[in-house]
Every structure is written in structure tokens, then in C-alpha cells.
Design a protein around this ligand. Sequence first.
Ligand code: PGA
Length: 254
Amino acid sequence: MFMKKLIAGNWKMNGSVSSSTDLINSVAEKLKQNAKLLSVADFAVFPCYLHLEQIKNIINDCNAPIKFGGQDCSENDNGAFTGDVSATMLKDFGADYVILGHSERREYHNESSELIGKKASFAHSKELVTIICVGEKENEREQGNERQVAQDQLIKSMPESCNSTNTVIAYEPVWAIGTGKTATPDDVAQMHSFIRSFLRARFSTGQDIKILYGGSVKPSNAKELFQVPDVNGALIGGASLKADDYIAIAEALL
Ligand code: PGA
């Protein structure tokens, strides 16, 4: 069955009001002229919360085929949670997606897979699509534990409510994020096939849950990564901050 790919740009804690405006304008302009690309992939960007308003307005004003979302959200509904943003707020604002369990949240904010599972469950109740990230650290791979780590994260971070409409998995080996080191197509093939088997066994729509690869995806390696079976798109960090690179990665699908 044909599965549309997803090309997601995780802008992380980058950009200013003016640079984010330039970036989204440029991405929007390039995408609108590219019907062929839009027939094979969906596009989503994840700016910081402060820049969401202007990104939404630009996307709406020029009717750009781009969705947007938050880089995280709380496991709680609205209330006394200083500094947090809820799934309720993201949905109310018009977001479609939220990234959960990114390795930088797991690492710098001590987020456990159990917590990510709670966030995902609540986000699903608000009809957000969750991109749930999993992936092993370098020492875990050296010890040959990459499958075990991913499986443990998947079991705990994916609530019962997950299905192919509301969930996307991003496999992001931590040692490949922002380092310029990319997993080889063989590494990616093994992990994506392992994750696909897990999803198929656990969820009735598991065959159709998209699995993105993330970790130093760039125009020069996108083609070989997209040729790997069960790579259904990419979660792109650094390269998504340059419109030309983001689009060039997507064009590797054609
Ligand atoms: P990177 O980040 O493309 O800069 O490696 C990927 C990610 O963290 O999602």
C-alpha cells in the first residue's frame, strides 16, 4: 500500500522572530511550486512556542501545505504547571502535531518513557498526532543493546490509544543526532524492521504507523536512507533550519 512520507523539521531552540519568518516563507514558497513533492510527502515544522504564532499566520496567509506542532507538551491538562504548555493549548491554537520523548527531553529533562506514555495518551485525547521518539545511546549500541533499548522505550512510551492516524514513531539513534554521524543504511534497516515488527504485533494498525529516521539527515545522505524499507520519512534537526536543505532532503524521495 502507498504510504505518504512525512518530512518533519524540528527547529529546536533556534531562530529569531525574523529568521523564523524568513525560513517558513522560503519553505512555503518552494513547496507550493512542487506538486510532485506534495503528492509523495506531508510536511510539518516544529518551531519554539514563541514563534508558533507567526508561523501559523504565514502558513494560513499563503495557504501553504505545511502543518505545525509543539516540540513537547505536558502530561497534564491546563492548570498550575508553571512553564509548561498543554496539549489542550496546542490543539486550541491550531497545532496538529506534537513531538514527544525527543532524546534531548529524555536527557536534559530526565523524561522517562512512562512520562512520555502519559503525555502521548493525553495528547491523543486532544486529537494531536504524536511523534514519539526512541533511540539508543552510543554505549548502548556498543554493548549490542540497541534493540532492547528501543523495545523498552516503545513499550512504555506508546499508550493503548496509539494507532496509525494519531501516532508516528521517530527512530533517532542518540549518537547520530547533531553529530554529523549518520547510521548506515544497514543499521537503519535493521532497526526499522525491528520497530515495524513490534508495531505490527502490538497495534492492529501497526503496519501503517509511520516510522521516521532522524539523526544528521542531510541532502547528501537522504536518498540512501529513504531507500531503506520501512523508512517512512525523516525527522530533521539542523538541516531543517535551511530551506534549501530541507527541501533538497524531501526531493530525495522523488
Ligand atoms: P539533527 O537532529 O538532524 O540535527 O541530527 C535530529 C533531531 O534531533 O530530531
